[in-house]
Design a protein around this ligand. Structure first.
Ligand SMILES: [Zn+2]
Length: 379
C-alpha cells in the first residue's frame, strides 16, 4: 500500500534505467526476440518495442502490450517467450536473471528505500524468505527449525542443536554457546546461499505475461507472505483500468485515497476517548469515492485480518493522546524551551512526522490513526 519511490527527475530516471539495463545481456535478448518474432509473425505487430523499452516501460504500457499478446498467442508461444525473458528457469535459452535483478534492487546507486513490504506495509522485506516467514533475526533465532538454522553461514548441525537447546533456557542470545562468527551471521541473516532471501513479486505474472517477466516496473519488492501466501497466482491487475493498483505505478495513490479508521459498531456515539484495549473498537478502512478499486488490494492481501494483530499500535497512540492534550503539549514545550513539534515527536514518535520513515513498517496505520485522533501536523 506504499508507492515505490523511484528517482523523479528526467536525468536521474535515465541513469536509473541505464543501471538496470546494465544487468542484462541486451544484445542476446534482442537477437532471441527477433528470432521469436520471425518464427511467429502474427505476434510481430504486437511487440513494436526494443528490449530496452520492454525492460523499462511503465506498468501501464506493459499491460497494453502483454495483454494483447496474451489474447493472440498460444500457450506454447507464451512459454517460448518466457524462455527468452527468463526470470528463474533452468535450461532456457537465456540465463536466469533473478539474482542479478534482486542485486539491482538491493544495491542500485539511487537507493530505493526497501524497508517494509510495498503491498502490506507490515513485514520487512530483507527477511529470510528463502527458508520461511520470519520478521526479524531474533524471531528467526527463536523460532527457526534446526534445518533452517543451518542455512545460515557457518552454522552446521552441532551449532544448530546448541542454539535450539540454548533458546529453551530463555538466557540472553549473547550467552548462546556458538562462536562469534556464527552469532554475527545470524544477526545479519547471512545465508549460505545469499541470493535467495529477497522476494520480488511480478505484478503481471510470468506465466500469463512472459514479456514483462524481467521488466523493472513489473517487479514489487514484497514480503514472503504477500508474494507467496496471499497473491500467489491471483491477479492484482486484471484490466487496463486497474494498473494503478500496482505500487510501481506513478499514479498509485492508496496512501491518499484509503485510510485506516477506528469504528465503534456497537455505539456510534463513542470516540477514541473510550478506548482502553484492542477489543473496544474495530479497525477498518475508509476509502474515498471513486477510489473503490483499492478494495481489491485490501481483499487480495487480506489486510483487514492481518492488521487485527496490530491494533495494539493504535491503542498505544490513543493512550498517549489521552495523556497529552494539546494544551499540555504546549506547556511542556514552554517548560523545556523546545518547539511543540519537538515535544510531539518525542511523545508520539518521529515516524508520524518525518519523511525518512515513509516506508517504515506499519507507518500508514500509525499515521492514519494519529490523524483520526486529532494529533496535528501528521505527514
Ligand atoms: Zn507484505
Amino acid at each position: 500500500m506504499i508507492r515505490i519511490d523511484y528517482p523523479s527527475n528526467a536525468k536521474d530516471i535515465k541513469q536509473f534505467h541505464a543501471e538496470y539495463l546494465s544487468r542484462f545481456n541486451i544484445g542476446d535478448l534482442t537477437v532471441l526476440l527477433n528470432i521469436f518474432l520471425q518464427r511467429y509473425p502474427h505476434l510481430a505487430g504486437l511487440i513494436q518495442m526494443s528490449v530496452e523499452e520492454i525492460l523499462t516501460s511503465s506498468i501501464e504500457d506493459l499491460w497494453i502490450v502483454c495483454d494483447s499478446i496474451k489474447q493472440a498467442a498460444t500457450p506454447g508461444e507464451l512459454s517460448d517467450l518466457g524462455r527468452i525473458f527468463n526470470y528463474d528457469k533452468n535450461g532456457s535459452c537465456s540465463p536466469s536473471y533473478q539474482s542479478s535483478i534482486a542485486d539491482f534492487f538491493r544495491n542500485n546507486s539511487y537507493g530505493l528505500d526497501l524497508n517494509s513490504c510495498f503491498f502490506c506495509n507490515i513485514d520487512h522485506i530483507n527477511s529470510i524468505t528463502g527458508v520461511g516467514d520470519y520478521n526479524t533475526w531474533y524471531d528467526f533465532y527463536k523460532n527457526a527449525t534446526e534445518g533452517e538454522l543451518q542455512s545460515i553461514e557457518g552454522i552446521g548441525p552441532i551449532s544448530a542443536a546448541a542454539i535450539v537447546a540454548h533458546r529453551q533456557t530463555n538466557m540472553p542470545f549473547e550467552q548462546c554457546p556458538i562462536n562469534k562468527k556464527c552469532k554475527t551471521s545470524l544477526r545479519l541473516y547471512k545465508l549460505k546461499n545469499s541470493t535467495s532471501h529477497f522476494t520480488l513479486d511480478h505484478v503481471l505474472d510470468k506465466a500469463s505475461y512472459p514479456l514483462a517477466a524481467l521488466s523493472l516496473y513489473n517487479l514489487v519488492p514484497s514480503c514472503y507472505s504477500c508474494n507467496t501466501k496471499f497473491k500467489g497466482t491471483n491477479k492484482l491487475v486484471r484490466s487496463a483500468a486497474l494498473t494503478h493498483l500496482s505500487p510501481s505505478s506513478l499514479v498509485f495513490s492508496f496512501t491518499k485515497h484509503a485510510r485506516f479508521k477506528i469504528y465503534f459498531p456497537s455505539n456510534n456515539n463513542l470516540t477514541y476517548l473510550s478506548v482502553q484495549n484492542t477489543n473496544d473498537f474495530v479497525l477498518s478502512y475508509e476509502i474515498d469515492k471513486g477510489a473503490e478499486s483499492y478494495n481489491d488490494l485490501i481483499k487480495l492481501f487480506k489486510l483487514r485480518s492481518r492488521y487485527i494483530f496490530h491494533k495494539k499500535e493504535a491503542v498505544k497512540l490513543i493512550k498517549k493522546r489521552k495523556r497529552y492534550s494539546n494544551s499540555q503539549i504546549e506547556e511542556i514545550a514552554k517548560l523545556m524551551k523546545i518547539s511543540k513539534d519537538e515535544v510531539k515527536k518525542d511523545i508520539f514518535g518521529d515516524e508520524l512526522f518525518n519523511r525518512d520513515y515513509d516506508n517504515s513498517s506499519l507507518v500508514k496505520l500509525k499515521r492514519d490513526i494519529a490523524q483520526n485522533i486529532g494529533i496535528e501536523g501528521i505527514r
